[in-house]
Design a protein around this ligand. Structure first.
Ligand code: GUN
Length: 299
């Protein structure tokens, strides 16, 4: 069994970004990322802080906006409008999920698609479906694909089962892996909470992507011998022994399935670090693209 080291692969993605940021600096350009958080969900706050820290480490201009839970839809829309107009901002991310009174769909629609580094705007969703490389692909599935590529896990012709159909992970993951090309060409099945006989469906997978958001939901009976398992879940579960009172577990019961796997991502240290790295990569791409520079020409 091979442990897929997301920390190591994300470090190499970040090195690549750093070189591209330096190359842009040589042209007098600096990528900028704005991260907007509404409310005080502790996990979201931690993600936002870590995004800011990574920007600063790479020399990316970081704008962090922490708005109160009571922020109205109109106020949030006004913030998005001003970030759309801001020449120093190439990427805009509104941390999901927002408080329940916010219409997330309207917020996503308001973001300039050329700054939509999350890849949630319908224009970018369509570009992914159309296999147009000029769009933005959501960071988590992009990170999963990069991990597979790094470990030379062939997707071409592979049976992939994605468990979960969210806008953030499941749907874009499926589209990405069924796209034509070296890191695609897979036969993809999307399963979800209404799928009949889920374990049986999952056991068909050469590559199983778990993105259900339920702690340790995927067990032995879901995994075929020799499968590659990508665990997208980051769940906080109570743990009185842990210093913080909780520990992080994935959507996969690691202990239960690891011995059956050809390769598996741990939680933490698997997919998690890749998401931020791909966000930085998308931000560099946005900066270059908005100024008519090919990212291939950088560094
Ligand atoms: N919440 C969990 N993952 C993500 C993500 O990739 N982008 C945003 N905006 N919110 C998230």
């Amino acid at each position: 069994m091979q442990l897929i080291d997301g920390k190591a692969v994300s470090a190499s993605v970040l090195e690549e970004c750093r070189a591209q940021v330096d190359s842009l600096a040589g042209k007098g350009l600096r990528p900028g990322l704005a991260v907007v958080l509404v409310g005080d969900d502790p996990a979201s706050r931690a993600y936002v802080r870590s995004k800011e820290r990574t920007c600063i480490e790479l020399g990316i201009h970081s704008v962090k906006m922490e708005l109160s839970t009571e922020t109205s839809q109109e106020e949030l829309m006004a913030v998005i409008d001003s970030l759309n107009e801001d020449e120093d901002v190439d990427g805009i991310l509104v941390q999901s999920p927002p408080p329940p009174h916010i219409d997330e769909r309207a917020i996503v629609l308001a973001i300039d698609p050329s700054k939509d580094v999350d890849g949630f705007h319908p224009v970018n969703v369509a570009k992914l479906a159309l296999e147009d490389p000029g769009g933005f692909v959501p960071c988590t599935p992009l990170g999963c694909q990069r991990l597979l590529g790094h470990y030379k896990i062939q997707t071409k012709g592979a049976r992939v089962v994605v468990v979960g159909r969210s806008m953030i992970v499941g749907k874009p993951m499926a589209m990405l892996l069924m796209s034509r090309g070296e890191l695609g060409d897979a036969t993809v099945t999307v399963a979800h909470s209404r799928t009949a006989d889920l374990p049986e469906v999952c056991r068909n997978a050469d590559i199983l992507v778990a993105a259900v958001g339920l702690p340790e939901f995927i067990g032995r009976d879901h995994v075929q011998e020799g499968a590659v398992v990508i665990d997208v879940g980051i769940n906080r579960v109570e743990d009185s022994v842990a210093k913080k009172g909780y520990r992080l577990v994935g959507d996969v019961n690691f202990e239960d399935v690891a011995s059956r796997c050809r390769a598996i991502t741990p939680v933490p240290g698997g997919v998690g670090p890749m998401t931020i790295a791909m966000l930085m990569s998308n931000t560099v791409k946005a900066c270059a693209q908005r100024r008519g520079i090919e990212t291939g020409d950088l560094a």
